[in-house]
Write a protein that binds this ligand. Structure first.
Ligand code: MD6
Ligand code: FE
Length: 222
């Protein structure tokens, strides 16, 4: 049957690539859901528009960001942190769409981290030339939970390093629908995104959009 044929192709394309102990790429894991994800992103962004935040060193980030869920990641002159309110509107961040939370939970489970319940979803928009320098994700209270990262739109090169900034990095190409999961012994590895190359991806406005799901608050939710 035609359905079975497509299912076969799908499962073949959903290749799991282990980067290191605790970090892996689920190639194409979100590919069947990208239209729904983009529609939901549009609704979040209508309520909490993309903005380019200031770093603590007062540089303007090249990546534009927004958030949904109980907590949102912020950067300003005071530093990096999670907060329940959007500082631009004074309102709570938009609710995390059910589709987002379910995808993140399924991807984490497929990567060996069952029971992932994200309370924060950072939405990154990369325009041509935007990049993210090497960093660790360490503003969360609980490093026991993994991070789930969904790539949409234009392809990008993810840089994956070690536990110290000066260790060598691996270049990992990521495309529309790929999901990276990061946890356990890999949770604090340095990583970044190389400057986005020019390309056409009309559904995302010729940009790359990345969703990163985290458990940012305390493990018991208090
Ligand atoms: C990005 N991602 O791919 C930025 N962090 O646009 C991250 O900074 C990231 O993809 C932790 C784990 C996975 C990630
Ligand atoms: Fe990160």
């Amino acid at each position: 049957m035609i359905d079975d044929l497509f299912c076969d192709l799908d499962s073949k394309d959903q290749r799991r690539e282990v980067l290191t102990d605790g970090a892996l790429i689920l190639h194409g894991f979100a590919r069947g859901e990208t239209a729904g994800l983009l529609a939901a992103i549009g609704e979040v962004i209508a309520a909490a528009p993309f903005r380019r935040m200031l770093t603590p060193g007062r540089l303007r980030m090249s990546v534009a960001m927004s958030n949904c869920g109980p907590l949102g990641w912020l950067s300003d002159r005071q530093g990096y942190r999670y907060a329940p309110l959007d500082p631009d509107s004074g309102q709570p961040w938009p609710m995390m769409p059910e589709l987002f939370a379910q995808l993140a939970e399924r991807a984490a489970a497929a990567a060996g981290f069952p029971g992932f319940a994200p309370d924060a979803c950072l939405i990154n928009r990369y325009e041509v030339g935007s990049k993210l320098s090497l960093h660790q994700d360490k503003d969360e209270t609980d490093f026991g939970a993994p991070i789930v990262s969904v790539s949409l739109g234009l392809p990008a090169v993810f840089l994956f390093g070690g536990l110290k900034r000066n260790e060598p990095t691996t270049r990992v190409p990521l495309v529309h629908g790929d999901v990276v999961v990061w946890g356990g012994p890999a949770r604090l590895r340095y990583h970044g995104v190389q400057a986005l190359k020019d390309g056409r991806w009309p559904e995302t406005g010729n940009c790359r959009i990345n969703l990163t799901f985290r458990k940012a608050g305390p493990p018991d939710g208090r």
